[in-house]
Design a protein around this ligand. Structure first.
Ligand code: ASP
Ligand code: MG
Length: 600
């Protein structure tokens, strides 16, 4: 017997017949002796239809009234599902977000959950009732005023379900949907995408666009932070689906369920070396050849960044353990004889990282780290950002100071700090899934002064405008005046806002200017076993080279390797990498029903 939270999406309750089918499924699960909390979305496309009606009346309807309107969608589903359960003889009671005690911020249309008051829920469960809860909605606190209906943002009923599971300490949160689970890549682009039986929440967050097509990212963040086991599976079969695992499980603090501290770890890894190759020829296969020979020579490469410059040449910078520096230097020197270019190698480095769920969705966090380090006068040699981790390589002599400043800035208790942790991911697959992002733009800021604080200032100016950047690459190459270039990618939709956000800053740097790269796509391979496996990046570059795809930019993080390629190469690159890592294959587990639209 277990306490389960089960969520059924809009398609799963899209018609009276489907509601009845879902009710039968719930009845059987209840019959097995489980305690059940059921969360449902609005039927079918109800939320879209309600939104369209509102827009037909006003181009800018009051947010409060939008929430009032949209919350009705879920209220229809809970009532009908409860009736269907009653018709099967199952005791059930429906509850709105307010009735069940989901307390949120007051921000209409995108409220985050602060608290779930479980008393009423628990007493109903104790009476043997199935509690059917309206997803996507809550109530703002009546702080002296009146409580109001709020909604969590589109797709938010996944978030309602996981928050309920976290607050109740449920055994699992099962998300029933119209796809069989989470697949190794987008099945509309790669026909032999396979079901992943298991994926960690961190991997799911790193596979951002792929994961978001199946689950509300905020739901994954909650599951990660509070150690909720989530399962994504089909409403129409008994197949096991995909289980999302999470390592950490912290208690729900007083800051608010979704507002708790976003950074929950910092670490310093000492004994690092940086190798920087510049003016390497820019053609398919260069990165593959270089990193394959490093891996053949037994060198385990950690962070890699590559950016392309004027004159069709590349700078490639990477880090290795200091103990492998001489081996790596020798191999690079050999390679440079055929590839051309120069090599600078430097030992005596440390890597400082912060981790947490959804770091990229909160642009202030990376910026906060960079600013903290610049405030104490530390220069960043290399930067790697991802959804769950931001790392900077700094001089070893500054390591302890950097860690202390970070600990203070993010108010981390000492048990959240680690020094030289062992590499993680032993036994996990090197690559679990591949995501393709086509909503990114590549930009370079040319002629940035080479001094502490420039990367931080850039990120901060963008963060203030609510813009996240990814894959920040600080070039090795210096202009004649000592300045450098910084390249990064951001959401294409944010490109115009970035101009405005940076104009003030660029005016202070003589000669600095913002330059657009060509249209791009980003292919990311993600796997928790990546840090423990040598040669993953080299293999990925080889698969791309063999497909004739040129790599414009490389940015890695602990469990992710991303390559930016020309937009027109995106799908070919995705397919090549997916096939290369043998993620496709046997038709036995082949995804079914992938033609049907994903649930909104
Ligand atoms: N009905 C809401 C939406 O369509 C919430 C959900 O389905 O998760 O966005
Ligand atoms: Mg959904």
């Amino acid at each position: 017997m277990a306490l389960l939270v089960q969520k059924f999406g809009g398609t799963s309750v899209g018609s009276v017949e489907r509601i009845q089918a879902v009710a039968r499924r719930i009845a059987a699960c209840k019959e097995d002796g489980n305690d059940l909390v059921i969360v449902v979305s609005a039927m079918g496309h109800t939320t879209d239809e309600l939104t369209a009606k509102a827009r037909a009346i006003s181009s800018n309807p009051p947010q409060r009234e939008m929430d009032m309107l949209l919350a009705t969608g879920e209220q229809v589903s809970i009532a009908l599902l409860s009736m269907a359960l009653h018709a099967l003889g199952v005791p059930a009671i429906s509850m709105t977000g307010a009735q069940v005690g989901i307390v949120t911020e007051s921000a209409h249309g995108r409220a985050r959950i602060l608290d779930v008051r479980t008393d009423r829920l628990r007493s109903r469960l104790a009476e043997g009732q199935v509690v059917v809860v309206a997803g996507f909605q809550g109530t703002s606190q009546s702080s002296g005023g009146t409580a109001e209906i709020t909604t969590l943002g589109r797709g938010g009923s996944d978030t309602s379900a996981v928050a309920l599971a976290a607050a109740l300490g449920a055994d699992a949160c099962e998300i029933y949907t119209d796809v069989p689970g989470v697949l190794t890549t987008d099945p509309r682009k790669v026909a032999d995408a396979q079901l992943m039986p298991e994926v960690s929440c961190d991997e799911m967050l790193e596979l951002a666009s792929l994961g978001a097509a199946v689950l509300h990212p905020r739901a994954v963040e909650i599951a990660r932070n509070y150690g909720v086991t989530m399962v994504v599976r089909s409403s129409w079969s008994e197949d096991a689906g995909t289980t999302l695992t999470s390592r950490s499980a912290r208690p729900i603090g007083r800051d608010g369920l979704e507002l708790g501290r976003p950074v929950d770890g910092a670490e310093l890894v000492e004994g690092q070396a940086v190798l920087a190759l510049s003016h390497v020829s820019d053609q398919p296969g260069v990165a593959a050849q270089l990193f394959e020979s490093l891996s053949a020579g037994g060198v385990n490469v950690d962070l890699i960044i590559q950016s392309t410059h004027e004159g069709n040449s590349n700078d490639i910078t990477f880090t290795v353990a200091e103990s492998e520096l001489e081996k790596a230097r020798g191999i690079c020197a050999d390679q440079l004889q055929t590839l051309g270019g120069e090599l600078v190698a430097e030992a005596g480095m440390s890597k400082l990282s912060i981790s947490g769920a959804g770091i990229m969705g909160r642009p202030g966090i990376a910026a906060g780290l960079f600013q903290t380090l610049s405030r104490v006068g530390i220069n960043l040699r290399l930067i790697a950002t991802s959804e769950v981790k931001v790392s900077c390589v700094v001089e070893a002599s500054a390591g302890a100071k950097a860690l202390q400043a970070t600990q203070d800035a993010f108010e981390l208790e000492s048990d959240l700090i680690s020094l030289n942790p062992l590499p993680s991911g032993e036994g996990d697959p090197e690559v679990r899934g591949i995501a393709l992002d086509r909503d990114q733009a590549q930009v370079s800021v040319r002629h940035v002064p080479d001094k502490p604080g420039t990367a931080g200032a850039l990120c901060n100016a963008l963060a203030d405008a609510g813009i996240s950047l990814d894959g920040i690459v600080q070039s090795e190459r210096q202009h004649a005046d000592g300045s450098r270039d910084i390249s990064f990618t951001l959401k294409r939709d944010d490109r115009a806002a970035a101009d405005r956000a940076l104009s003030h800053l660029l005016a202070q740097w003589p000669g600095a200017l913002l330059e657009d790269g060509p249209a791009i796509a980003r292919v990311s391979a993600v796997g928790a076993g990546m840090p423990a496996t040598a040669g993953t990046a080299g293999r990925m570059f080889r698969y791309l080279a063999d497909a004739g795809v040129n790599i414009e930019m490389i940015a890695t993080s602990e469990i992710r390797t991303s390559c930016v390629v020309a937009e027109s190469d995106g799908i070919a690159a995705l397919q090549a990498v997916h096939t290369g890592f043998e993620l496709g294959g046997s038709t036995r587990h082949q995804a079914q029903g992938t033609e049907s639209p994903l649930e909104s």
